[in-house]
Ligand binder design. Structure first.
Ligand SMILES: Nc1nc2c(ncn2[C@@H]2O[C@H](COP(=O)(O)OP(=O)(O)OP(=O)(O)O)[C@@H](O)[C@H]2O)c(=O)[nH]1
Length: 409
């Protein structure tokens, strides 16, 4: 069934009338094998010690100043040496897992923001044992209030009794401040364990953590568990699931992907955060780990080749921009097709070679898909903007005339 997406996507036009920039034309399909481009941005990695969230860069590269608000905010917590910095470096900074062996331990409370170069905005909190939630200098309410997900990392190769009690304390405190937080437990460093041992550890940690909550009368707190390691793709997959839970537009994105693939002869499509290789959405067919890994490899190839051969030495240049696209023909008659969707997002598709002959149609449908994605996020930005205005007005009303501020309830 070959259709143009514009004709088929009633769903999109119901949300908002879609305008297509050009008519579909079979001859439209270009034949670039691999083309890259650049745009400017910083690396988005800073260390903060104050309350500034440091995330004013745009998420989608569409309109901006408020777009940071659609970024899911995530905290990464856990005992010392549990692997927090390694996870952050491997997922967001392309550090090779072996290099993490040389990471130094952080000695003080340390908060790092990773927010500018990715769709995902997140903070890492090193949680050394001596940190006390009752310490008045530690404003945990401020930390938990704006958080969407709290990832707690437990080192599975170590004794986890202390980690479990820290998990319990953290979760109960965070829940009191913000019951909407998703609590995600990474049972980390499982690369050293056999499959049986992994399952056994997961069962034990799951049971103990939930028993502790039940003893405190807090059964309603839901913990999700993931087995992770930086030495394979499990850490990326776990992060993908955590992030997806925080995207309210997920069902819409899935629907758009379904419409796009069914009208373009595509077998599978992922919407990727390019920097982290987290997939923020996919169509509703099941995800096969191998396919996901191939997509990650393709993104690496695109970024690496662009970095090595594409950049001109200009400091401002970055390896991913509007012109970024890549086509890879696999030896099993499958084609992988990558295209830029926004400043942070890429679409990676799998399709048969014969389907790829209609590249013009695919490109036209992609154009409609991209517009629809922009519109989905624009709606969200508008809502965010009006909420922000509303809360600013409320806040100014609560400011007494001499300028002293009263905390809102
Ligand atoms: N085997 C294995 N080792 C890991 C994994 N992740 C991290 N590590 C190792 O664990 C050690 C501690 O990692 P860090 O990332 O420094 O831990 P951290 O939680 O940031 O530590 P602090 O900075 O002290 O809070 C390092 O030697 C890493 O190489 C993993 O998935 N598997």
């Amino acid at each position: 069934m070959w259709k143009s997406l514009a004709a088929a996507s009633d769903y999109i036009s119901q949300t908002r009338r879609m305008t297509s920039g050009r008519k579909y034309n079979e001859a439209d399909g270009e034949n670039e094998a691999l083309s890259f481009g650049y745009y400017d941005d910083d690396d988005g990695f800073d260390t903060f010690t104050d309350g500034d969230c440091g995330c004013d860069e745009g998420v989608l590269g569409f309109s901006d100043p408020f777009s940071s608000e659609v970024k899911p905010r995530i905290l990464l917590m856990g005992l010392r040496r549990s692997g927090k910095s390694s996870i952050q470096k491997v997922v967001f900074h392309k550090m090779s897992p072996n290099e993490t062996l040389f990471l130094e331990s952080t000695n003080k409370i340390c908060r790092e923001d990773v927010s500018n170069s990715s769709f995902v905005s997140f903070q890492i909190w090193d949680f050394p044992g001596q940190i006390d939630f009752f310490d008045p200098t530690f404003d945990y309410e401020m930390i938990f209030r704006g958080t969407g997900a709290l990832i707690f990392v437990i080192d599975s190769q170590d004794d986890y009794v202390e980690a479990l009690s820290r998990l319990h304390l953290t979760v109960t405190r965070a829940y009191k401040v913000n019951p909407d937080i998703n609590f995600e437990v990474f049972i980390h460093k499982v690369d050293g364990l056999s499959d049986d041992h992994k399952i056994e550890k997961q069962r034990d940690i799951h049971k103990r953590a939930n028993d502790d909550l039940a003893d405190a009368g807090l059964e309603r707190i839901h913990l999700s568990f993931y087995l992770t390691s930086i030495y394979d793709h499990s850490i990326f997959e776990a992060f993908s699931k955590v992030v997806q839970k925080l995207i309210p537009q997920l069902p819409t994105l899935e629907n758009l992907l379904n419409i796009f693939i069914s009208n373009s002869g595509i077998e599978k499509a992922f919407l990727f955060d390019v920097v982290s290789k987290i997939y923020i959405a996919t169509d509703s067919s099941p995800v096969d780990m191998q396919t996901y890994e191939l997509c990650c490899d393709m993104i690496d190839v695109v970024i690496d080749i662009s970095c090595i051969y594409g950049l001109t030495g200009d400091e401002a240049g970055t390896p991913y921009d509007k012109e970024s696209m890549a086509i890879i023909h696999l030896n099993n008659t499958t084609v992988m097709y990558l295209k830029e969707v926004t400043k942070f997002l890429a679409l990676v598709c799998f399709l048969r070679e014969e389907s790829f002959e209609r590249k013009g149609l695919i490109d036209y449908n992609f154009h409609c898909f991209k517009k629809a994605i922009e519109e989905v996020f624009e709606v969200r930005l508008k809502v965010q903007r009006s909420r922000k205005l509303l809360s600013q007005r409320r806040w100014s009303k609560q400011t007494v005339p001499n300028g002293t501020q009263v905390h809102p309830h």
